[in-house]
Structures are given as structure tokens and as C-alpha cells.
Design a protein around this ligand. Structure first.
Ligand code: GLC
Length: 633
């Protein structure tokens, strides 16, 4: 059952598609208070209750013992003491002695103190007085998710080829660099379906332009890649370069489509191209305009995109720089003590994504001027909606690949997400694994992390182990940052191991794709915490290094360096299947703890009793997969 409680005049986010009768907030059955323009409520947690949810966030599947904040943030350090990442996924759920879920439809800041201040209490503070809260009750966490997902509408299903392996890097600067990637994979006989174009394919980082000298005859180049079964996936950024004569900037300016400052001038801040204007995606007319601009690349044969920097990321504002330089001038030649030195340092460190800058942005919502802070968390999701709506209108559902960095619940209907700028750290294999069921609860099914890690240098074994998790994630993309060591599979010694891993992915695609489609159709999770399936098994309840996949299996990737395997807990008798290239090794295992050996070129998969999964023969491209001749395990 779902009950909706309304306070004030909520901003319409379109997160929920089902209709519910609103009850007054006074009927909300939790202890609550109103203080300093914020509404807080709390609930008690028993010792072994689990709190699930919050989608893309740091820490565990069980969110207890930390403070989180819904505030879409461009933060490339996903350490456990952070409170926000790129998304605002305002859904949590208590599982234990009683079960309920809560979704807060509110596009500004929310603070989630989940047992941080008091270990047996969760206190949630909504920083505003206009919101809807949905209270979802059902018998189990899995049913709560199903009810919630039915209310927010079906999850986006990407094209079939988007389940193939994808290679990215910031950046493949020109056509030759892209060709080297394709050649590298072809010569190593490693399957691949997509190569990414990061910001350098553009002319001076301007959206919907091509750097003609780097990519001459782009249209025929794209067609040539398509004929080889390779999709090129360009990035689109939220900021539009301020440049006289640049069509997008001129049109946006002439039509009043950009966000404003308090005095009505265009809000400006620096991102990759230097000073940018920011489309007011909250306005439906602006969304229609921006969405239609993807046409330029679609007409050149492009059929997939990733939307980036849409929290929005702001490197600096002119005002921020001026203030910092004034402070620096003031400090010049002075003997700075501890307080003064760190103050100056903080001023410079705080130039990017400054909350003061966000506060000086104004949007137009139904003709009314609304401060950015009130809609911050739907800005990126609205950019993605702009694109997604245009794609569905022009091509029908699921024809164009689209995923975004920033997101809000509701965007799951038009796009997937990737988990942003992680690191080439072993701990991030585990962090990214834990994000999967949480993102699924919030409707985001097409998701994945930068395999191998985005920031800093990766080692060969890390990339292999990361890929072994990625074999199961709908988005399987290797991506890394400018200046880092080459991370493409063929860049390392003995590429056979990489082929063994990626071939397993291709063998599993029919299974993964049908599991995905079913999860979207039936509002199910692809990845579930073990506690969903074995609520009375204490070890399973606390296990956060393994996941249930579909109805049939369990996954348990290796996430540490210099180990030849890992300990796995089987909550029931299962069959261990080790997959490597076309090799399949099987062994029956009894319920309980087992140490299993896993070589760098192997994928362990655990199949439940009386379940079967299909495998096809590998192919170098998804289009060449023979989905009709399947063998079953
Ligand atoms: C951001 C994105 C990253 C991309 C980079 C350059 O950091 O998160 O994926 O490579 O920008 O566009």
C-alpha cells in the first residue's frame, strides 16, 4: 500500500507516474517537527534492522551508521566519509521487525541521519516546506521495491548492443586514436561493441559540434565504424560555451533559455570551454529545444550518448575568482598564521561547485522565478529527460543509448546512469558492487561503474577483477581519466586473460538481457542483497560482498589484490560454475562457507538448485551472437 502526504506546494518533479490521493502532512504517522524552515521526522531502528536505499551513495548496502545528504555533487573522491555523490535518490526502506519504504519527492537538500547521531534512530530532515512523502508498506523489502517501482514507472531499456563491451577514455583525441582502439581489440580477438568520444571530439568543447580536423568527414567515419559493428558514443555536457556566433549559445540567448542571475542577466560559470551558460532544463520549452539539438549527431549516424557535468558542475564563477584573488592580494607578503593560511586555502579549494554560486542561479518554473537551490537535484535529471523525451518521440522507446552522471528518481524511465569518477582502487570494486542493488531499488537498472577505475593508474590485475564484476553489470564500460596509464585490455601483457573474461560476458548476454527486460517489465531488481532472499539467515543478512542476480544465481567477485580466491557464503546448496572463455567448470557446493579459488581469467557464478541459465557462443560483436543456439547450465 502507498500513502502520499503533502506539505505546502511541492515542485512537480514527475518522479511518480501513478496517481495517489494526497493526505495532509499531519496524518504522517512518524514523530516529526518543523524547525528553521525544515521538516524532520524520525523512526526507531531495532538492533538488527537494515536500512536500504539511497541509490548511488557511498558506504554499504545497509546505510546505517552515517549521515547522507541528497545534493547532486561533482565529487571525484568517493571516499567513505563523503555524504553525497552525483545523484539524489530519495528512497529508503527499513527491513527487519517491520518493513516500510519512504520516498521523498523534493528536489532540494535532504539530510539522512541514519543512526549517526543516535544509533537506534533515523532522523530525516527535508530542507524546505513544500514536498510529497510517499509511505510504502508491504510484507517484505522486495515487495516494497515492487510497489514503489510500479508507482514511479518502468525502467529504461537500452538497445541490445548496449550490453556489449564498451571502451572509453578521456580522450581518444582523433579518428586515428579511435581506430587504434578498435584495431587493438580486433588483433587481440577481444569482443567490443562501443568506443566513446570524450570532450575532445568537440570543437572547443562546444556541445553539438565536431572538431573537423580531428574527425574529418565524421558522418562517413561513423558509418564506417557502424559497418564494423562499432557504435561511437559521444559525450554531451550541461554547460554551453559562451561564444558569439555559436548557434546553441545564440539561440539560447535570444530565446531566454539560459539560467539567470537575480538581476536577470545570464548566469555564467567556467567549465571545460571556459565561461558557459546553462540551459534552464527545468523549463519544458528549454528541454524540447535542447533535446532536439541531439539531432545534429543523430543525423550523422550516432545512436548513443552520455550526459555529463549536469549536477551541474561549475569549476568557478568570475565572482568567486575575483573574491579569491582579492583575498590572495590581501595576504600577499603577510605572515599567515594557521587560521589565515587555511582560510586562504579553503577560499581557493572552494571555487568549484560553490554553494554560493548555486544560490545565485535562477530558473523559470511556470513563469515564476525559482532559486536553483530549490530544484538543484532535478537539474541533471531534467537534462537527461530533454534528451530521452526527444529520442522516444523521434525513434520510439529504447532505440538510443542514454545514460547520465547526475540523476533523480524519474530519470530511470528515460536513461541509465554510470557511477561517476571512481578510482583505480580495490575498495571501489566493492563500493560499486554495493551501489548496484541500491540503484536498482530506485529504478536505475542500466548502470555500471568505470571498470578499472577512472582516476589514477590501474594495474593489470585490478582491471581484470573489475571487469569480472562488470561482466554482470548492464553497462560494461572500461573508462579512465586524462593522464592515467593506458587501461584498454590490449594495453596489458597476456591479453588472452582479458579475452577470457569478456567472452564470458558475450556468452551471458542473452541471459543478462532477458533478466534485464524482465526486471524492467515486472519492477524487479536485477541485483538483490542476499538479505532479501534469506531474511532469517544472519550471515546472509549481513553479507555485502555478494549479490543475488535474477532468480537463478549469486555473484561473488574477487575484490582484493594478490589473492588467488575468496571466501563465499552459500545460503543454500548451489552449483559453482567457473567460466573462462568457452571453458565451463562445475562443482556442487553445500550451504555454508567455502574458500574458492578464482584465477584472474575466471568468473565464478553460483547457480541455485533447479535453476538453469543459458549460454551462447561468444562473438566479437553483439550483432553476431547466435541467440538461437543456446546451451544450458
Ligand atoms: C567528468 C566525467 C568523466 C569524463 C570527464 C571529461 O569527469 O565524469 O567521465 O571523462 O569529465 O569529460
Amino acid at each position: 500500500m502507498i500513502r502520499k502526504f503533502t506539505m505546502g506546494r511541492p515542485i512537480i518533479t514527475e518522479a511518480v507516474t501513478a496517481e495517489f490521493m494526497s493526505e495532509k502532512i499531519g496524518a504522517f504517522p512518524f514523530k516529526s517537527k518543523t524547525e528553521n524552515g525544515c521538516f524532520s521526522f524520525s523512526f526507531a531502528m531495532r538492533k538488527d534492522d537494515i536500512v536500504y536505499g539511497l541509490g548511488e551513495a557511498v558506504r554499504g548496502i545497509n546505510k546505517r551508521g552515517w549521515i547522507y545528504e541528497s545534493y547532486c555533487s561533482d565529487d571525484p573522491f568517493h571516499t567513505e566519509t563523503k555524504s553525497s555523490l552525483y545523484a539524489a535518490h530519495n528512497f529508503i526502506m527499513l527491513g527487519g521487525s517491520s518493513s516500510f519504504g519512504i520516498f521523498i519527492d523534493f528536489p532540494a537538500r535532504i539530510r539522512w541521519d541514519i543512526g549517526y547521531s543516535k544509533s537506534d534512530e533515523a532522523e530525516i530532515t527535508i530542507c524546505g516546506m513544500d514536498f510529497d512523502i510517499y509511505l510504502i508498506t508491504a510484507d517484505s523489502p522486495r515487495e516494497i521495491v515492487r510497489e514503489f517501482r510500479a508507482a514511479i514507472g518502468k525502467s529504461y531499456v537500452p538497445p541490445f548492443w548496449a550490453f556489449g563491451f564498451q571502451q572509453s577514455r578521456w580522450s581518444y583525441h582523433n579518428a586515428e586514436a579511435v581506430d587504434r582502439v578498435i584495431d587493438g581489440y580486433n588483433s587481440a580477438n577481444i569482443p567490443i561493441d562501443c568506443v566513446y568520444l570524450d570532450i575532445d571530439y568537440m570543437d572547443s568543447y562546444k556541445d553539438f559540434t565536431i572538431n573537423e580536423s580531428a574527425f574529418p568527414n565524421f558522418k562517413s567515419y561513423v558509418a564506417d565504424k557502424q559497418s564494423q559493428g562499432i557504435h561511437l558514443i559521444p559525450i554531451i555536457d550541461a554547460g554551453v560555451k559562451k561564444e558569439d556566433g555559436y548557434e546553441i549559445y545564440e539561440e539560447g540567448k535570444a530565446n531566454g533559455y539560459f539560467c539567470k542571475t537575480a538581476d536577470g542577466s545570464i548566469f555564467e560559470a567556467g567549465v571545460w570551454p571556459g565561461i558557459c551558460a546553462f540551459p534552464d532544463f527545468i523549463n519544458p520549452e528549454v528541454r524540447r529545444w535542447f533535446g532536439s539539438k541531439y539531432r545534429y549527431l543523430l543525423d550523422m549516424g550516432i545512436d548513443g550518448f552520455w550526459n555529463d557535468m549536469n549536477e551541474p558542475a561549475l569549476f568557478y564563477s568570475a565572482k568567486g575568482i575575483e573574491n579569491a584573488l582579492d583575498e590572495a592580494a590581501e595576504a600577499k607578503g603577510k605572515n599567515l598564521d594557521l587560521g589565515k593560511f587555511f582560510h586562504l586555502k579553503d577560499v581557493f579549494m572552494g571555487l568549484s561547485n560553490s554553494r554560493d554560486d548555486y544560490s545565485s542561479i535562477w530558473h523559470s518554473v511556470d513563469g515564476e522565478s525559482v532559486n536553483h537551490q530549490s530544484v538543484h537535484n532535478i537539474y541533471g535529471a531534467s537534462m537527461t529527460k530533454a534528451a530521452g523525451d526527444y529520442f522516444s518521440e523521434a525513434f520510439g522507446e529504447g532505440k538510443i543509448l542514454m545514460f547520465s552522471r547526475a540523476s533523480y528518481i524519474g530519470a530511470h524511465r528515460t536513461a541509465g546512469i554510470w557511477f561517476g569518477d571512481n578510482h583505480s582502487w580495490w575498495s571501489h570494486i566493492l563500493l560499486n558492487l554495493k551501489m548496484l542493488p541500491s540503484a536498482n531499488m530506485c529504478g536505475f537498472l542500466y548502470c555500471g561503474a568505470d571498470l578499472g577505475g577512472f582516476n589514477e593508474n590501474a594495474t593489470r590485475d585490478l582491471v581484470l577483477r573489475f571487469l569480472a564484476l562488470g561482466v554482470f553489470t548492464p553497462l560494461m564500460r572500461n573508462h579512465s581519466a586524462l593522464g592515467t596509464r593506458d587501461q584498454e585490455c590490449y594495453s596489458f601483457e597476456n591479453t588472452d586473460d582479458f579475452r577470457d573474461i569478456i567472452e564470458v560476458r558475450y556468452r551471458l548476454i542473452p541471459y543478462l538481457y532477458s533478466t534485464f527486460k524482465k526486471a524492467s517489465e515486472e519492477n524487479e531488481l536485477i541485483f538483490r542483497p542476499l538479505s532479501f532472499d534469506y531474511p532469517d539467515d544472519k550471515i546472509a543478512r549481513e553479507c555485502e560482498t555478494q549479490l543475488m542476480l535474477g532468480e537463478e544465481c549469486m555473484i561473488a567477485p574477487v575484490y582484493e589484490q594478490n589473492v588467488s580466491g575468496r571466501t563465499v557464503y552459500l545460503p543454500e546448496d548451489m552449483r559453482l560454475v567457473k567460466l573462462s572463455g568457452t571453458r565451463v567448470e562445475q562443482q556442487e557446493l553445500e550451504k555454508g562457507l567455502h574458500y574458492i579459488e578464482v584465477a584472474l581469467n575466471e568468473i565464478p557464478l553460483f547457480i541455485k538448485k533447479s535453476k538453469k541459465i543459458p549460454l551462447c557462443q561468444p562473438a566479437l560483436r553483439t550483432r553476431d551472437l547466435d541467440k538461437d543456439s543456446l546451451e544450458y547450465i
